[in-house]
Ligand binder design. Structure first.
Ligand code: HGY
Ligand code: MN
Ligand code: MN
Ligand code: MN
Length: 422
């Protein structure tokens, strides 16, 4: 382990990180301690501008790519490819201040610590290092989630992403252009040899087992659908019950069905997590039976066969709901990724660094999706977790203890050092 490891220097580095994290948490801050800074909102634009200043002040070349992914590049080896390290700054509505943002700031501090270490030691890594803030990981305003890294890895067409619109009909490309956050001078996937990301667990496994670090060895699979229920507008008072074609009634049945599918198929060995969590209703008027309801259904499991059975059960049960509410229901895919392992060599590398730092650690799967899920399809990827207090996330009460957050930055620094050395 190289670098100045005196306790005083470590304390100073941790204080600097926590200070910056406190500043970052002011962007889109809510009264209950969370953040409200969805992709391409003014709050997101402000935090991205702040990150750009932080990166530039540390000697990084700041740029954007064609879908608004933001990069801070450290070109210490002219012409060499990059090891990217990062996460996302955008949040869920009224979300937590750690989800994504912790990883972007940890990447910034880790990369900067290495720049100083290499300069002081007169050392030159084999690869350059780049910090990345992925555009629209959350997918709360513009679906699908993990949008920026999906385009970067070729899993989503750039024009499809740029043409995506939110519920107020705002187009991604127009909004990013308005913010001055579209560019072409950024790296592309062929310039990248490895990727690392640190993130809060967003579950309670690490807290329950008492480990500081999670070494993510694989992802659960996710199947996300849009369900559209078509009914017919009518008067909620004067229309007789037999004549109603009630889209909201159909949506209510589907919402209960999501839970029934989990109850029917989930097992301790292969849990199935399900939720309908977004509902739009037209015309959404008190005295008019709904003509249309649109739901977002999220199914997750570590077992693809369970998800196939869940999909089959969903389609089997739809006709009965259509008859009960006299509606028509259609299902379209919103997003899907499969169970996928991360490279064992990366898990082993991170475990060795955690040992050297004296950090308790264990292997874990990720249930939440991350940009690393996309990057793992293209380059060797290392994904690390720090504990979430009570597993709370996508909630203003989201919390990770300072000691765990700082330990994560220390670990990310050493992992990044190894990856950049090649
Ligand atoms: O879907 C996911 O888990 C990601 O957080 N967007
Ligand atoms: Mn996240
Ligand atoms: Mn999230
Ligand atoms: Mn996520």
């Amino acid at each position: 382990m190289t670098g100045n490891t005196t306790a005083a220097a470590a304390t100073e580095r941790h204080a600097a990180f926590l200070d910056d994290f406190a500043t970052l948490s002011t962007f889109g801050a809510t009264e209950r301690g969370g953040v409200h800074r969805e992709a391409a909102t003014d709050a997101d634009a402000a935090q991205r501008a702040w990150l750009g200043e932080q990166l530039a002040a540390r000697g990084f070349r700041v740029c954007f790519d064609r879908v608004g992914n933001q990069f801070g590049l450290l070109d210490v080896v002219p012409g060499a490819p990059y090891v990217l390290v990062g996460s996302h700054l955008d949040s869920q509505p009224f979300g937590g201040r750690y989800d994504g943002a912790y990883g972007v700031l940890a990447a910034t501090h880790a990369a900067h610590r290495l720049a100083v270490r290499w300069r002081e030691a007169g050392a030159t890594p084999r690869y350059n290092v780049g910090v990345v803030n992925w555009f629209n990981e959350e997918g709360s305003r513009f679906v699908p989630s993990m949008m920026g890294s999906s385009v970067f890895t070729g899993l989503l067409d750039a024009d499809t992403a740029l043409d995506t619109r939110d519920l107020r009909d705002v187009r991604v490309g127009d909004r990013l252009a308005e913010l001055g956050q579209l560019g072409e001078t950024a790296p592309v996937i062929d310039d990248v040899v490895a990727y690392a990301e640190i993130h809060i667990e967003q579950g309670r496994s690490l807290e329950e087992s008492g480990h500081t670090i999670g070494l993510v060895h694989a992802t659960w699979s996710a199947h996300k659908y849009f369900l559209t229920v078509e009914g017919e507008q009518s008067h909620t008072g004067s229309t007789i019950m037999a004549d109603r074609r009630d889209a909201l009634l159909g949506a209510a049945h589907l919402t209960v069905l999501a839970r029934e599918i989990s109850d029917a198929l989930s097992t301790p060995e292969a849990p199935l997590h399900t939720s309908v969590s977004q509902l739009t209703v037209e015309p959404n008027s008190p005295v008019t039976v709904a003509r249309e309801a649109r739901l977002h259904l999220d199914l997750r499991s570590p077992d693809e066969a369970v998800l196939e059975r869940a999909n089959a059960m969903l389609h089997e049960r739809i006709p009965a709901i259509e008859r009960a509410a006299r509606v028509r229901i259609s299902v379209s895919g919103a997003h899907h990724w499969g169970v996928r392992p991360f490279p064992a060599a990366g898990v082993k590398l991170a475990a060795g660094c955690a040992e050297e730092l004296g950090l308790s650690h264990r292997e874990i799967m990720t249930i939440a999706g991350h940009d690393s899920v996309n990057m793992n399809c293209r380059v060797p990827t290392v994904m690390l977790f720090v504990p979430s207090v009570e597993g709370i996330s996508h909630n203003e009460g989201e919390l990770t203890h300072d000691a765990d957050a700082c330990a994560g930055v220390d670990l990310l620094t050493e992992v990044l050092d190894r990856l950049a050395a090649g």
